[in-house]
Ligand binder design. Structure first.
Ligand SMILES: [Zn+2]
Length: 116
């Protein structure tokens, strides 16, 4: 074992703590976004809200959170999404030419994302 590996093994708890804090920070950012609620109705319940891709999807946001992706990569992907509740998500997928009309929340998302 070289010195670098030795240092790493000695400090595993410290690295784990750092990784957990990082994940927590990113999770808070996503929670902040979801507080804006569904773009199409008044649903605000965190557990009912999803990120729906309106531009080409590279990865799923929930997957990125579980894997601890970096904030910059995550923000780039979030910019391709809108936040929808499960019902509006289904309606949108069922009928792509839906008559659902979005409110001004996409603008609020942009403003939040620009602040990170
Ligand atoms: Zn909705």
């Amino acid at each position: 074992m070289n010195k670098r590996q030795e240092y790493y093994y000695k400090n595993i708890p410290k690295y784990r703590e750092y990784q957990n804090q990082r994940k927590e920070r990113i999770r808070n950012v996503v929670e902040q976004l979801k507080e804006l609620g569904c773009f199409y109705c008044d649903e605000l319940d965190f557990c009912c809200l999803d990120f729906h891709h309106i531009e080409k999807k590279e990865f799923n946001i929930a997957f990125a959170l579980s894997q601890g992706f970096g904030i910059n990569k995550l923000v780039k992907e979030i910019e391709k999404c809108e936040i929808l509740c499960s019902n509006c998500h289904r309606k949108k997928i069922y009928n792509k030419k839906t008559s659902l009309s979005a409110c001004n929340r996409p603008e609020q998302v942009k403003t939040l994302v620009m602040g990170w």
